[in-house]
Design a protein around this ligand. Structure first.
Ligand code: B3K
Ligand code: ZN
Length: 865
């Protein structure tokens, strides 16, 4: 019998038993026998003569205390406990590890011949025995030794010496002047090409910037470098924060579990989040790279200089840093489009998580495997919580709060409460009730009722906040609820209550509240939860005509998009009813007419037009149903796309033709490509000779955004050219695995009954590799997320495909397995037949031997939901 993994609880936090100083780490690199020597001074903090160090998969060689061999220890699978120790002592430990067999991509591992590390959250314990927790900060002196063909030997901080050894090997020595927790340690060793630049900080510090990429990829690194320089400038200008070392290094590796890692002075990145040129990367990739490079850079202050006391506080650094990277992208690009992106991420992924068995507050209270909590809740909802504080305080007070936070806590490991206190104290705004956002899970619903009193010229708005039924102790939250009242032309009406003018942000703090706006001479159109001012679901019985008025006239781009999405959702919901009654399914003429005029708007950002005419995605629509009508939704999406293509044919064609782009990366060119892509996608649904030639000409474009748009359009419409285009793409790009990921993702969206077999057969494609998370996500991740018709097949073959893979990944890479299990987590949202099919697969997974903690935690929660 396997023992059930134990959970850790926030409420049991205790300060570390020891303080660690003068940490010296010597690493002698070898693929299967890397030798690690760790030496440090330990000083006891509590009345204890024992020291329990974390360590996993380590071969222990020697233990010495104060220079003498030491035997008074107990070694267990995940720890080493030393007893009868003096109050202060030097501990030396030698152990051996095998990077080449480490496929978990945590600790020290080999990625295509390059050594690299990933220590967050608890990977350092796979390198050596240590107090592997974020509140043990120490100074690092690291020596790396390797064969001389491994050119670069890198670690955090400054290189203080390097040289050759008599046996032909070479070494480097690195000292990090900033104390740090073990999760920020990094080591990279390999043979790379390097892109170099410099940045002079506001106070005159000259910083060397270096981006290390696989040999031959140098021409794909400039965009990441530009993004880094922009991030450094922006953090000085907007947050008054300057870089604090003389060198900043980024290394791109091919095998990586997530996007990137903010190790002090030495970021390790998934190569997909660094490498780009116009031939290989889409405009979306460019945007992602900019935001991730920014995100990791911003962590230098929000995460590294001030870090987390314990992992339950993860949102302290992640929510805040996502907020900062969103602001960076918004200040550099379009604020409205970035907001749309962020809200889409919330509605597509976070709402689903919040309503399923993995629901947790942004500061979780109970965790089995910490890696399972790098979630959209901690990150994206966490960022929304920071954004709400920003809304309540305003930019000036928010920045005062940030300054106070750094004044109080620079160099410390702190809690989310410390952050909120700094905001509270700097602004004078009481955030006591607001803090509940950190401990309460679930997506609040806000039920809205309105009444227009013609005689009194008043408009009454009633709000009620409703919390998850599964949370019996839920309390009312402090919710900034932004509104606008529009007249029929879209003019914003002044708001006043009891003779006083009021701002647009209502602060809802009770279960219910009622507001009477005066001097409203005609029934206004309410814009509710403007700009998604809180991560909530609004329940309001909107009429299509109101939504269309907002879409036509509102001055806020975000409100227009929101209205378009709501209008589509109304139409889709009514189509589901029509289908059930076996009636014809149609988008109403009124909506189509407004979309037609949107397509003709000359002074509107083309990127915004693209979003206004885009149907909401499958997950956003699914969130509207207690039981997701998969088959009906798939049919309705297809029907709507075809109807838009047919009825807006001339407008779509005109928009396509007028979207002139010049192959540049400028905002205007990106917007034009975006509109070209979506119009071509619709047009391909009812092709004619014009469209066929456009598909053809785009598919031969050098520009990857346009090329891929053509392939997607052709494939989704089953156009006669699709198969040939796909075969050519494969033949042309086999040398570039990141480009092949786009091809795998396209194949995964095959919408016919051969899809499951096709995905399986692609496991044997020469570019596919199950131990590479990018490949797995591109093929199988895309299949489960973006091919609902085939993943949710009623013969259960789609589910079986995923379970088979998870069982294999459990041994190869538990973190990746656990990420990929997500589509099964919402099994209760489907019909009985699908529920039972998914449950069968979950039980199969639960029964395997050596089930990792990562998968156990999720599968167990899913089955016991
Ligand atoms: N802090 C890392 C994520 C680490 C994930 C560990 N499983 C990247 C980031 O959020 O910036
Ligand atoms: Zn982060």
């Amino acid at each position: 019998m396997q023992t059930k993994p134990q959970a850790k609880y926030l409420k049991n936090y205790q300060i570390p038993s020891h303080t660690v100083s003068n940490f010296e780490l010597d690493v002698e690199l070898h693929p299967t026998e890397t030798k690690i020597k760790a030496k440090a001074t330990y000083q006891c903090n509590r009345e204890e003569a024992t020291l329990r160090l974390d360590g996993v998969d380590l071969q222990l060689n020697t233990v010495r205390v104060n220079g003498e061999d030491f035997k008074d220890y107990v070694q267990e699978p995940t720890s080493l406990t030393l007893s009868n120790l003096p109050e202060k002592f030097t501990l030396e430990i030698e152990n051996t590890i095998s990077p080449s067999t480490n496929t978990s991509l945590e600790g020290l591992y080999l990625s295509e011949g390059a050594y690299c590390t990933q220590c967050e959250a608890e990977g350092f314990r796979k390198i050596t025995y240590f107090l592997d927790r974020p509140d043990v900060l120490t100074d690092y002196l690291v020596t790396i030794t390797a064969e001389k063909n491994i050119t670069y030997l890198l670690s955090n901080g400054n290189k203080i010496s390097e040289g050759k050894l008599p046996d032909g090997r070479h070494y480097t020595k690195w000292q990090d002047p900033h104390k740090k927790p073990s999760y920020l340690f990094a080591l990279v060793a390999g043979d790379f090409d390097v892109l170099r630049d410099k940045f002079t900080t506001r106070s005159g510090r000259e910083v060397d910037l270096e981006i290390f990429v696989d040999k031959g990829n140098l021409s794909k690194a400039p965009h990441a470098m530009t993004s880094l320089i922009n991030a450094m400038k922006w953090d000085e200008a907007r947050f008054n924060l300057e870089y604090d070392l003389d060198i900043y290094m980024i290394v791109a590796v091919d095998f990586f579990n997530m996007g990137a890692m903010e190790n002090k002075g030495l970021n390790v990145f998934n190569s997909a989040c660094v490498l780009a040129n116009q031939q290989t990367a889409t405009d979306r990739d460019y945007h992602t790279i900019e935001s991730i490079v920014g995100h990791e850079y911003f962590h230098n202050w929000t995460g590294n200089r001030v870090t987390c006391r314990d992992w339950f506080q993860l949102s302290l650094k992640e929510g805040l840093t996502v907020f900062r990277d969103q602001e960076f992208s918004s200040d550099l690009g379009s604020r409205a489009l970035n907001r749309i992106d962020a809200v889409m991420a919330m509605r597509t992924h976070q709402f689903a998580e919040d309503s399923g068995p993995m629901a947790h507050p942004i500061r979780p209270e109970k965790v089995i495997e910490m890696n399972n909590f790098y979630t959209v809740t901690v990150y994206n909802k966490g960022a929304e919580v920071i954004r709400m504080m920003h809304t309540l305080l305003g930019e000036e007070n928010f920045q005062k709060g940030m300054q106070l936070y750094f004044q109080r806590h620079d160099g410390q490991a702190v809690t989310c409460d410390d952050f909120v206190s700094a905001m509270n104290d700097a602004s004078g705004k009481c955030l006591n009730q607001f803090k509940l956002w950190y401990s309460q899970f679930g997506t609040p619903k806000i039920k809205v009722e309105t009444e227009y009193k013609q005689n009194e010229q008043k408009f009454v708005l009633k709000l009620e906040q409703i919390h998850a039924a599964s949370d019996p102790v839920a309390q009312p939250l402090h919710i900034p609820f932004a509104i606008e009242l529009l007249d029929e032309e879209g003019n914003s009406l002044p708001l006043s209550i009891n003779g006083h003018s009021v701002g647009s942000v209502l602060e809802l703090t009770e279960h219910t509240a009622s507001y009477e706006f005066e001097n409203i001479c005609k029934r206004p159109i309410p814009v509710l939860l403007e700009n998604f001012s809180a991560p909530c679901i609004v329940e309001y019985d909107y009429h299509l005509t109101d939504l269309l008025d907002i879409l036509k006239h509102a001055s806020s781009d975000y409100s227009r998009w929101e209205a378009a999405q709501r209008a589509f959702i109304l139409e889709i919901k009514s189509a589901v009813c029509s289908l059930e009654q076996q009636k014809q399914v149609n988008i109403s003429e009124e909506l189509l007419n407004v979309l037609a005029s949107v397509l003709k708007e000359e002074n509107t950002d083309k990127a915004l037009i693209s979003e206004l005419i885009r149907l909401p995605n499958f997950d956003t629509v699914s969130a509207e149903f207690d039981c997701i009508p998969v088959t009906e939704l798939v049919a309705i999406f297809k029907q709507f796309e075809q109807q838009i293509a047919a009825e807006l044919n001339s407008e779509l064609k005109a928009a396509y033709v007028n979207s002139i782009e010049n192959g540049e990366v400028s905002a205007a060119a990106v917007a034009a490509r975006s509109l070209k892509s979506i119009t071509l996608y619709y047009l391909a649904q009812t092709p004619d000779s014009d469209v066929s030639s456009w598909l053809e000409s785009n598919s031969t474009q050098e520009n990857m955004t346009l090329k891929l748009a053509a392939l997607k359009a052709a494939k989704s419409a089953d156009h006669s050219s699709a198969e040939q285009l796909i075969t050519e793409f494969d033949a042309n790009w086999r040398h570039d695995p990141l480009v092949m990921d786009k091809w795998f993702a396209l194949q995964a969206c095959t919408n016919n009954d051969g899809a499951v077999e096709l995905v399986k057969s692609l496991y044997d494609h020469p570019c596919f590799d199950k131990s590479n998370p990018n490949r797995v996500r591109a093929l199988v991740g895309q299949f489960t997320r973006s091919n609902p018709a085939q993943f949710h097949r009623l013969d259960g073959k789609g589910y079986e495909l995923l379970a088979d893979l998870l069982i294999e990944l459990n041994d190869i890479n538990p973190q990746n397995a656990s990420r990929m299990v997500t589509p099964f987590m919402s099994w209760q949202r489907y019909d009985q037949q699908r529920q039972s099919l998914i449950k069968t697969q979950l039980k199969r997974i639960a029964a395997i031997e050596n089930l990792s903690d990562d998968l156990f935690e999720k599968v167990d929660k899913a089955l016991n939901a």
